[in-house]
Design a protein around this ligand. Structure first.
Ligand code: NDP
Ligand code: 2IT
Length: 448
């Protein structure tokens, strides 16, 4: 059987079994397209059942989360945890709280996490979880009661050597505190390694808050070196204004770039003088407000409703850091026509398959999320190491390790792309390198 017919036949089966899961199918399609050259080079791996196994989660947990809102009304949400692959270590991956969460989204995120975690070089399997609970507009008390109800079920499935959750969209320091606190209460045990992204006072790691955004920019620095560019004086557009976006902006500014715009789900702000990050942090991290309120502080900036239009702004570098599918073919075309040179994914699958294809064809250097946003989970891995050692490393120590890991991820993806005669295709490089590591561990561990 040829590599193409093998990969296509497994994909057809995946389509049939997951027909109503478009996000999961898109993540699998991107991965599988990259693996045709791998199986052409390694025909001996066809027939080992590797693809068939790697697309099937080891376990998918779906549960009811019932809680009482401030008006005394009973609310019911859906909770999920996918334990996708444990070949390399305990399941590891964040929890997302957003009304769009469903099995397809959790499975696409869990699938991507498996290969991303493999690329970090740290011993972590892949998982993901979350709920369709919407934290927006909820009181602290409501968020706490939801988190406690969610954890009352999740606690039976997690553990420092089993499955280690962390944050994602809608889950930051406040939520992790409530989740971890309730785990400790009902299990009556202080196992710090059961959660990452914890507060610094109870087992958290320095740099974890900044890690995804900083790591993304460290990765972009390595990309720029290869196209004889540097960040200094470059114009950058960052979508989103949450955890990843804020610290991507911070690091890009520290390295001399000018960040022109950022967004939330209602629209984007454009500030030709460069975004004032202190104002964004105050609005988003403290007041939990809307990005358009930036104009109350900087009247010379402008607000534009419709978040996807952010990609019409001419820039050298685009960093999508909000959510899946936020940069489509039309947006990619605009970026290309306006001379954008580098795009790197801070979010998970923000760029549609069509947009990714356009970037690759038009020689826009493209950093795929599995590699470019792996700094968050890598630093979660470093938090787990510190918890095991019962030690805390300094900010400088963790930051240096993060930078080194991002550099290794870049080298691995680039080297692999070169070995497959497509040297600027980091999608191919990251997918093959991540897959090979997981697949070889699965093979060594027998048919499971
Ligand atoms: P946050 O919840 O902190 O922020 C999400 C941001 O994205 C908010 O500004 C939100 O705006 C915005 N957003 C959501 N939907 C849209 C949309 N349709 N259009 C424009 N903006 C939108 O999440 P994170 O920053 O943690 O996560 C962002 C992305 O990065 C996600 O894809 C996540 O999976 C990924 N990621 C996160 C990591 C982490 O460590 N946190 C690690 C690696 C990847 P609003 O408030 O209006 O909803
Ligand atoms: O998508 C991701 O890599 C994350 N949300 C971080 C996961 C983690 O376990 O730190």
């Amino acid at each position: 059987m040829s590599a193409t017919s093998y990969v296509q036949s497994v994909y057809t089966q995946v389509q049939r079994r997951n027909a109503d899961e478009p996000e999961f199918l898109a993540a699998v399609k991107e991965m599988f397209d990259s693996l045709i050259p791998y199986f052409e080079k390694h025909p001996e791996q066809i027939g080992e059942g590797l693809l068939e196994r790697v697309v099937e989660p080891e376990r998918l947990i779906h549960f009811r989360v019932a809680w009482v809102d401030d008006s005394g009304k009973v609310q019911v949400n859906r909770g999920f945890r996918v334990q996708f692959n444990s070949a390399l270590g305990p399941y590891k991956g964040g929890l997302r709280l957003h009304p769009s969460v469903n099995a397809s989204i959790i499975k696409f995120l869990g699938f991507e996490q498996v290969f991303k975690n493999a690329l970090t070089t740290l011993p972590m399997g892949g998982g993901k979880g979350g709920s369709d609970f919407d934290p927006k507009g909820k009181s602290d008390g409501e968020v706490m009661r939801f988190c406690q109800a969610f954890m009352s079920e999740l606690q039976r499935h997690i553990g420092a050597d089993i499955d280690v959750p962390a944050g994602d969209i809608g889950v930051g320091g406040r939520e992790i505190g409530y989740l971890y606190g309730y785990y400790k209460k009902i299990r009556d045990i202080h196992t710090q390694g059961v959660f990452t992204g914890k507060g610094l006072g109870y087992g958290g790691s320095l740099v974890r808050t900044q890690a995804t955004g900083y790591g993304l920019v460290y990765f972009v620095e390595r990309m720029l070196q290869d196209v004889q560019m540097e960040l200094r004086n470059k114009t950058v557009v960052v979508s989103g204004s949450g955890n990843v976006a804020i610290y991507a902006i911070e690091k890009a500014q520290q390295l001399g770039a000018k960040v022109l715009a950022c967004s939330d789900s209602e629209g984007y702000i454009l500030d030709h003088n460069g975004i004032n990050l202190d104002i964004v942090k105050e609005l988003k991290e403290v007041k939990r407000g809307r990005i358009k309120e930036y104009l109350d502080h900087v009247p010379t900036a402008s607000f534009h409703p419709g978040s996807m239009d952010i990609w019409s702004i001419p820039c050298d570098i685009a960093l999508p850091c909000a959510t899946q599918g936020e940069l489509d073919g039309k947006s990619a075309r605009l970026l290309i026509d306006n001379g954008c040179k580098v795009v790197a994914e801070g979010a998970n699958m923000p760029t549609t398959l069509e947009a990714t294809e356009l970037f690759l064809k038009n020689h826009v250097f493209f950093g795929p999320g599995k590699a470019a946003n792996a700094g968050g989970v890598a630093t979660s891995g470093l938090e787990m190491s510190q918890n095991s050692l019962r030690l805390s490393w300094t900010f400088e120590e963790v930051d240096a390790k993060l930078k080194e890991i991002m550099s290794k991820i870049y080298d691995n993806a680039k080297r692999t792309a070169e070995a497959f005669d497509d040297p600027m295709n980091l999608v191919l490089g990251a997918n093959i390198a991540g897959f090979e590591k997981v697949a070889m561990a699965m093979k060594a561990q027998g048919i499971l």
